[in-house]
Design a protein around this ligand. Structure first.
Ligand code: ADP
Length: 758
């Protein structure tokens, strides 16, 4: 299907396109903003969650730190507790020994008192039965050693522990004066283990009466174990937040305390069910690498579902313990879920808002687009009309151009178009036809290549000159060239028309020759007429004279008939004389050239009127003459003759009524125009030309005397002065003789140029 792009389709496309763009934009923007909101919200959610997690983690670290400081405190108390405890025991034993000594002093011998004391102390036990007292002499002799009585009496001065420390010597130096008591640290076989020694602290007091050292020792580990037990008891009740607690494991995987699973206490993690074992092992591995967090899923006590949990794992190196403080993350998750639903709601709101904006945008854009589409349709309509009109004009112009082109191309004149350097751009067909050159041979070449002499084609805006165009066969065409400059689109062109004037030239030469011949024969004829008429008057005057003489001689002898014959003869001679005078005058016009001067017509008119005065008064005629007769270029005698002849005729060819003659003068662009109007007998239209001929008369001599030469003389005078003479009359109501004369300046100029009249 072919699409026709009319204004309707364009405005529809605009409408659809604009709505499409608005929809796309709104959807894209909506999508972009919603997406941005979601991303922002999600990131804030994440940071919130992260913050909460961090908070939880900090709390866990805090709690573990608290537990650890408690345990460290407990551990730090070990020595103090131990020392206090053993000092208390030794002090009691000392009191006992002192009491016995005081009581028995002087009553029994020292040896007996010594034995009493030794035996009194021998069976005393404390620290759950593992504690006992020993007595040594300041010299290192073993006096009482309930755990190895066989060594009593022997010197233990060189007894050393596994570090090489002299145990007895340490005890003796601790009991030395001035203090007389003190603690001594050494190592001894751990209870139930006769292979490995463990740290032990002993407290000794100097029993001065016998220079004895009374003391007791305790393994540090024992006190530590007690304290650890206390600490673990305490830790099993330790809670933080609403369900936070601390689990303590040994580094090698024994569960020391688990507040929520008391049963697991003492178990090894390897005995736990698989899931818990794996997690516990992960925790232990983490602990071995250093403090840190472990995330995993763990069931809440009493619950079935495994819940995400995070624990902080920290080692307490002194005791080889691993502290695990955990918290369930379901609260954070719940919070996150709440935020998620909030986000959902927000996104829904945003989408609704976007949809509303979309609907609003589409609606608004529809209105705007409709408006613009209508506007556009109108504009396009107008534009189309303009275009159609322009097309029509263009078509017309093209047609005109084609026709003109055709006309130019087929013109019988040679037409050239050249560039500013006179190089030929175009020549019409006639050029090639008449010169014989082909188009290719001429186009692009300078015009001067085809001209002889190489005429001046340049310089003038419009120039006219004659030249010869060179044809291909070598012949020359004489042409008259008219050239004109024209500017188009900033470029200069020359347009030239060459007219072949070969024929005309020949014709002109011919004419000139004929004219010369004619002038010569005319002159000869005029000379002949003049000579003839002049010479004819001589014999005529003789005839008239002798007729007069004859009349006088025969006066009274002639009868009537003879007198009448004589009259006829004299009248004939007179008429012939008149005819000859007129003829002489006709031939004299232009011949006796008195030269042309400025002639005030009023003067000529005055002369004519003076000559006619008698005839005017005889006829009782009225002659009206304009006041402002011009001055013209001419011969004053001839102009007087002209006026005299015309006015004379108007008087002669009068009707019944007295003659009324009106002379008027006017002018138009070409010159003066005069009229001599009468109320005489008039001239029938068929004679309007004839009357200007020589000897042409419309009436017989009886009725109107005349020779038929007067008007011929008038026409000859007028033509010599560069004017025209004619008559207007309907044949009944008088006649008007009209003649023109050039303006003085024009006539003068023409006369100066070539001695002729224009
Ligand atoms: P003519 O000597 O006969 O007057 P013209 O050459 O003056 O010779 O005139 C030629 C003829 O023109 C006249 O014979 C006459 O018939 C006619 N004609 C000339 N002027 C007038 C006029 N004003 N009214 C009527 N006829 C005229």
């Amino acid at each position: 299907m072919k699409l026709v792009f009319d204004e309707k389709l364009i405005s529809r496309l605009l409408l659809a396109g604009s709505i499409g763009i608005v929809v796309t934009l709104v959807v894209a923007l909506g999508f972009f903003f919603i997406r941005q909101d979601i991303e922002e919200y999600q990131s804030s959610l994440k940071s919130l969650e992260a913050a909460q997690l961090r908070q939880e983690q900090e709390r866990l670290i805090d709690q573990v730190d608290t537990a650890k400081s408690y345990l460290t405190f407990m551990r730090s108390r070990t020595e103090t507790v131990l020392k206090n405890t053993i000092r208390e025991q030794v002090d009691e034993a000392y009191q006992l020994a002192e009491t016995i000594y005081r009581r028995e002093q002087g009553k029994r011998p020292d040896a007996e008192i010594k034995s009493l004391i030794v035996e009194a102390l021998r069976n005393l036990r404390f620290f759950d039965g593992r504690g006992y007292f020993f007595i040594d002499g300041m010299d290192g002799t073993c006096i009482l050693l309930p755990t190895a009585p066989e060594r009593e009496g022997s010197s233990l001065l060189d007894n050393r522990d596994d570090t090489g420390h002299y145990i007895m010597r340490g005890l003796i130096s601790a009991a030395r004066l001035p203090e007389g008591d003190g603690f001594s640290r050494y190592r001894w076989y751990a209870p139930g283990d006769d292979k490995h020694m463990a740290d032990k602290i002993a407290y000794v007091r100097l029993f001065k009466p016998f220079d004895w050292v009374i003391g007791t020792g305790e393994y540090v580990s024992n006190v530590e174990a007690t304290l650890q037990r206390d600490a673990l008891d305490r830790m099993s009740t330790f809670r933080f937040a609403h369900d936070g607690y601390v689990v303590i494991l040994t580094e090698n995987g024994t569960i020391l305390t688990n507040p929520l699973a008391q049963n697991d206490q003492g178990k090894r993690i390897s005995d736990l069910p698989d899931t818990e074992r794996i997690i516990s092992e992960t925790i232990l591995t983490k602990a071995r690498q250093g403090d840190g967090f472990v995330s995993y899923n763990w069931r809440r006590p009493g619950g079935n579902e495994a819940i995400p949990k995070i624990s902080f794992v920290s080692r307490m190196d002194d005791w080889g313990w691993v502290l695990v403080a955990g918290t369930y993350l379901d609260d954070i998750q719940k919070e996150a879920a709440r935020h998620h639903s909030e986000l959902d709601q927000k996104v829904r709101d945003k989408v609704t808002l976007t949809l509303a904006a979309l609907a609003l945008g589409v609606l608004a854009s529809m209105f705007v687009c409709l408006f613009f589409a209508t506007l556009l349709r109108r504009l396009i309509g107008g534009y189309k009309n303009d275009l159609n009109r322009q097309n029509d004009e263009l078509r017309k112009a093209t047609r005109d151009l084609f026709l003109v082109n055709f006309l130019v191309d087929h013109s019988a004149e040679m037409i050239f178009l050249t560039d500013q350097d006179w190089k030929l751009i175009y020549a019409n067909t006639y050029v090639f036809e008449s010169l014989g050159w082909s188009r290719g041979e001429m186009i692009g070449k300078p015009m001067t290549d085809f001209t002889t002499p190489q005429g001046d084609w340049t310089g003038m805006e419009y120039s006219r000159f004659e030249a010869h165009l060179r044809a291909k066969d070598g012949s020359l065409r004489e042409v008259e060239i008219g050239s004109k400059e024209l500017r188009y689109d900033g470029n200069l062109y020359h347009f030239a028309i060459a007219r072949d004037i070969t024929e005309r030239k020949r014709w002109e030469i011919d004419l000139a020759r004929k004219t010369t011949d004619l002038q010569r024969s005319n002159a000869e004829l005029e000379a002949f007429a003049y000579v003839a008429s002049h010479d004819l008057r001589q014999p005529l005057r003789m005839v008239s004279s002798f007729l007069t003489l004859l009349e006088r001689r025969l006066e009274g002898t002639l009868d009537d008939e003879a007198s009448e014959y004589l009259n006829f003869a004299r009248d004939g001679a007179h008429r012939m004389d008149r005819l000859i005078i007129d003829l002489l005058e006709y031939s004299r016009v232009g011949r006796v050239n008195k030269g042309m001067t400025e002639v005030p017509l009023s003067d000529a008119m005055d002369d004519a009127m003076a000559n006619l005065r008698l005839a005017i008064s005889d006829n009782g005629a009225t002659v009206t003459i304009p006041d402002d007769l011009p001055t013209v270029w001419g011969n004053s005698d001839e102009l007087t003759r002209l006026l005299q002849n015309l006015i004379g005729n108007a008087l002669k060819y009068r009707g019944e009524a007295a003659p009324v003659i009106k002379i008027t003068c006017g002018q138009d662009a070409s010159g003066w125009r005069f009229a001599v109007q009468d109320n005489g007998i008039g001239i029938a239209p068929e004679f309007h030309q004839k009357i200007f001929g020589l000897f042409q008369r419309l009436h017989s001599g009886d009725k109107y005397e005349g020779t038929g030469i007067g008007l011929a003389v008038c026409r000859k005078i007028i033509e010599r002065h560069g004017g025209k003479l004619w008559v207007e009359s309907d044949g009944g109501n008088g006649s008007t003789f009209l003649f023109t004369l050039p303006f003085l300046d024009d006539a003068q100029k023409a006369y100066q140029d070539d001695g002729t009249t224009p």
